[in-house]
Design a protein around this ligand. Structure first.
Ligand SMILES: Cc1cc2nc3c(=O)[nH]c(=O)nc-3n(C[C@H](O)[C@H](O)[C@H](O)COP(=O)(O)O)c2cc1C
Length: 206
């Protein structure tokens, strides 16, 4: 049995035109302990079933928000999901302790290159800094937030480049379900994205 159950909250409004996310997903669907939950497929009319979403969160230890970077943020349905599912008195507030002790992170594909997401670049800030509202939202809910897994430069990346990221993503998720991800290393503030150096966050068992 998986050590950690991982819920992937996937949001891509145009999956049929996706190059990168489609490849990333392919290698992780069959990993034991991973639940793949496609929000745009489930809720094309944005009519989110809050009780069902909350039940899914309770059944898992780790939540990964996987999406293409849209205007330095998430696609709209994932914002709607946050607004509706993370209810006061349940996820936050004096009695809102349902998610305490869980783990969250993001898996983001961005058109812009790594160089673009630096001071002086087009994006100006690292992707992790731009995801600060999500990091802070989870922290308010008592959920630890790990540095995101980021695929930069999707506009220019070739097939081999995407395949390398897909292999890294698969290794990361296998380690996550096996309980081999070092959460303290992965949440370190100075780590811009976990796949910059997966050896830093995946523990090799003796
Ligand atoms: C509406 C929209 C907004 C976008 N905003 C950004 C952005 O802010 N930063 C960025 O790097 N790329 C941006 N992109 C590019 C997408 O992030 C990129 O095409 C996607 O991650 C590629 O993944 P896919 O092949 O799975 O669709 C945007 C694309 C669209 C359609």
């Amino acid at each position: 049995m998986a050590e950690h159950r991982v819920l992937i909250l996937f949001a891509h409004p145009m999956l049929q035109r996706s190059r990168t996310n489609r490849k990333l997903i392919r290698g992780i669907l069959d990993i034991e302990g991973v639940t793949f939950h496609d929000l745009y497929e489930e809720y094309p009319d944005f009519n989110i079933n809050v009780q069902r979403e909350q039940a899914l969160l309770l059944e898992h230890d780790v939540f990964l928000l996987q999406h293409p970077f849209y205007w330095y943020s998430t696609p709209a349905l994932l914002k709607e999901w946050q607004d509706l599912v993370l209810e006061h008195g349940w996820a936050y507030g004096r009695e809102g302790t349902a998610l305490h002790g869980k783990i969250a992170s993001s898996v983001v594909t961005a058109g812009g290159s790594e160089e673009a997401y630096r001071p002086g670049g087009m994006g100006r800030y690292e992707v992790r800094r731009l995801l600060a509202p999500i990091e802070q939202t989870f922290k308010l809910c008592g959920v630890r937030y790990l540095a995101p897994f980021v695929v930069h430069g999707t506009h220019g990346i070739d097939k081999e480049g995407i395949e390398k990221h897909a292999a890294d993503y698969q290794s990361y998720l296998k380690a996550m379900t096996a309980g081999s991800v070092d959460f303290i290393a992965a949440e370190a503030n100075d780590l811009p994205f976990v796949n910059q150096d997966l050896n830093r966050v995946i523990r090799v068992e003796a």
